[in-house]
Design a protein around this ligand. Structure first.
Ligand code: SAH
Length: 229
C-alpha cells in the first residue's frame, strides 16, 4: 500500500473516531480491506468511496450489512453492486472534476453518488419507475445537486446532454448499445458488463480515440440483466 494512502486512511479514521461516526469507521475498513487491498489506488475514487454513506442507499433491513463485501437486494429484483465493483468501475473510467458522466441503471443511486463526488455532472437513467423515483428523492435529500435522474430505457442514452466523457452501465447487456457509443465523447471511456443475463458476463471498457472505438476486456462479473421498455 502506498504511504500516502496509509496516511489519508489514518487521518480519516482518527477524525471518524473523534466525531463518533461508526459508519465512517466501517467505510474506512471497507476502503482498506476490500478496495485498496485489491489494487484500487486512484485517490479521487478512494476519497469518494470513503465519503458516500452507503448505509443510506440500502433498504432498512440491510443497513447492518451495508459495508459488507457483497451486493445487496434493493427491491424489484435489483441489487446495489458490491463496493469493490463500484470502486473498480469508477477508477477505470478515470473521473476528474471537469468531466460529465452518464450512468445507465440508477438503482439505489449509490454509484451515481460516488461519481458525483468527483465529476462535474452526472446524468443517470433507471428503467424501474419506483427505483427511479426513490433514488432521485434520496440523492436530492443528500444534496447531490450535480446529479440529474430520469426514468426510462437507458439503451437510448440521454441525447440532450451528450457527449459524455464517462458512461457507466450497471446492468448486463447482450451487446453494447450503439446510441451509447455514439454519445461517448472523444477520449471518453465507457464501461459495461456484456454477456448473457443471469450468468457470468465480461466487463468491457470502450475508449473513443480519433472517432474510433477500442474495446478492452477487463474482468468477469455478474450483473442484473439490462431490460428494455
Ligand atoms: N448502479 C446501481 C446498480 C443497480 S442494479 C446502484 O449503485 O445501486 C442495475 C439497475 O439497472 C437496476 O436498477 C435496473 O432496474 C436498471 N436497468 C436495467 N436495464 C436498464 C435500462 N435499459 N435502462 C435503465 N436502467 C436499467
Amino acid at each position: 500500500m502506498k504511504s500516502s494512502v496509509v496516511i489519508i486512511l489514518f487521518v480519516m479514521a482518527a477524525f471518524a473516531l473523534q466525531t463518533g461516526d461508526k459508519y465512517q469507521v466501517l467505510r474506512e475498513k471497507m476502503v482498506r480491506d476490500q478496495i485498496v487491498s485489491r489494487g484500487i489506488s486512484d485517490q479521487l475514487t478512494l476519497k469518494a468511496m470513503q465519503k458516500v454513506p452507503r448505509h443510506l442507499f440500502v433498504p432498512a433491513e440491510y443497513v447492518s450489512r451495508a459495508y459488507n463485501d457483497s451486493p445487496l437486494p434493493i427491491g424489484h429484483g435489483q441489487t446495489i453492486s458490491q463496493p469493490f465493483i463500484v470502486a473498480y468501475m469508477t477508477e477505470v473510467v478515470k473521473p476528474t472534476s471537469h468531466k460529465k458522466a452518464l450512468e445507465i441503471g440508477t438503482g439505489s443511486g449509490y454509484q451515481a453518488a460516488v461519481l458525483a463526488e468527483i465529476v462535474k455532472e452526472v446524468y443517470s437513467i433507471e428503467i424501474v419507475p419506483e427505483l427511479a423515483k426513490e433514488s432521485a428523492a434520496l440523492l436530492g435529500k443528500l444534496g447531490y445537486e450535480n446529479i440529474s435522474c430520469k426514468y426510462g430505457d437507458g439503451y437510448q442514452g440521454w441525447k440532450e446532454h451528450a457527449p459524455f466523457d464517462i458512461i457507466v452501465v450497471t446492468a448486463a447487456a447482450p451487446e453494447i448499445p450503439q446510441p451509447l457509443i455514439d454519445q461517448l465523447a472523444e477520449n471518453g471511456r465507457l464501461v459495461i458488463p456484456v454477456g448473457p443475463p443471469s450468468s457470468i458476463q465480461e466487463l468491457i471498457l470502450v475508449e473513443k480515440k480519433n472517432g474510433k472505438t477500442v474495446e478492452k476486456r477487463l474482468t468477469l462479473v455478474r450483473f442484473v440483466p439490462f431490460k428494455r421498455l
